[in-house]
Design a protein around this ligand. Structure first.
Ligand code: HPA
Ligand code: ZN
Length: 342
């Protein structure tokens, strides 16, 4: 078999773990039109093709405006179920065995959708996916950082009846001008309540925001973290702490944080011994799910099977699985790698 095809098969067949995924970012245009139609909602675009023409983003905010507009079509518990289930169907075909899904409650509660409608739909799909596909998953509730800390507190309060369904809280949306420190108190309260913590930092924002996420929010993982590479001390700190970075290569190119995939810093991150992982972020908008992300970096950066294995192993170790599941998954992955590394 040709070397290229062999590598592609290796990536496709490898059991994988995804740690950075916005469920609203998996809303494929076809499903968006279907759900909008059944809810009697008129989208601003006439067709799937016309909608796709606006998927050419100049930056994070430009993307977010389109992403939030798309999410407006979601109204009922069944809509959230269908959205989540169609993501699980996709990743089942890509051999993802565990995923940690972010959802943005405020995107929906601010337009009158009850918290319970959102979470019940997502949770039911998680249960069904476990039964049907054997995919385990955790849920991460993300606060929109462009909104107030008070609004984040209200969201934390709304989640209290569903605490056992939510593993961690996160921080996403427009980064610049909304540093992690703005959410110090609500993250402290979430930690007190037993949630694990993640935050987007260093996607567009400066290294200082990554420092704040580490030292003020005391997060368990950094989402993105790319701009950490501008600060040598921060690189050393992230490496010393074995702090996971949930990196999203196609997202970085689509949102123009990296000029082209050949310039993507993920190989550099591994060279610095940073705990980088590969993720799809908003796959319906950025041109691919986890396999497409792996294929893109492997081709552009000439990564080896060892690199790919390290990236997946990092994701297992950085996941919020319980200790026994983590050990079992790690052992299976190692066994798989030994059998297929020829
Ligand atoms: N960055 C910040 N917020 C987001 C993103 C992202 O890439 N996707 C969805 N919300
Ligand atoms: Zn993200």
């Amino acid at each position: 078999m040709k070397k290229q095809t062999q590598m592609e098969n290796f990536i496709r067949n490898l059991p994988k773990v995804e740690l950075h995924l916005h469920i609203e970012g998996t809303f494929e245009p076809e499903l968006m039109f279907k759900i909008a139609r059944r809810n009697g909602i008129k989208l601003s675009y006439q067709s799937v093709e016309e909608l796709k023409t606006v998927y050419n983003f100049s930056d994070l905010q430009d993307f977010l405006d389109i992403y939030y507009a798309g999410a407006n079509a979601l109204q009922t518990e069944q809509d959230f179920y269908d959205l989540t289930m169609s993501y699980f169907e996709k990743i089942y075909r890509q051999n993802v065995i565990h995923t940690e899904i972010m959802f943005d409650p405020q995107t929906h509660t601010n337009r009158g959708i009850p918290f319970e409608t959102i979470i019940k739909g997502i949770h039911r799909a998680q249960k069904d996916a476990e039964k049907k596909f054997g995919i385990s998953s955790n849920l991460i509730m993300s606060f929109l950082r462009n909104l107030s800390a008070k609004s984040a507190f209200e969201t934390l309060e709304q989640a209290s009846d569903y605490k056992e369904w939510i593993t961690a809280v996160g921080l996403d949306s427009s980064e610049i001008g909304h540093p992690p420190s703005k959410f110090k108190d609500v993250f402290k309260e979430a930690r007190k309540q037993g949630y694990l913590l993640v935050a987007h930092a260093g996607e567009e924002g400066p290294p200082e925001y990554v420092w704040e996420a580490l030292n003020i929010l005391e997060v368990n993982r950094i989402d993105h973290g790319n701009r950490s590479l501008e600060d040598e001390k921060l690189i050393a700190e992230l490496a010393a702490r074995k702090m996971p970075l949930t990196v999203c290569p196609l997202s970085n190119v689509k949102l123009r944080n990296v000029e082209k995939i050949e310039n993507h810093p993920i190989k550099k991150m591994l060279d610095y011994r940073l705990m980088a992982t590969v993720n799809s972020d908003d796959p319906a908008y950025f041109g691919g799910y986890i396999n497409e992300n792996f294929l893109a970096i492997v081709r552009a950066l000439n990564l080896t099977k060892e690199h790919v294995f390290q990236l997946v192993k990092n994701a297992v170790d950085a996941s919020f699985m319980n200790k026994a599941d983590k050990e079992a998954t790690s052992n299976n992955l190692e066994k798989y790698f030994k059998q297929h590394n020829d």
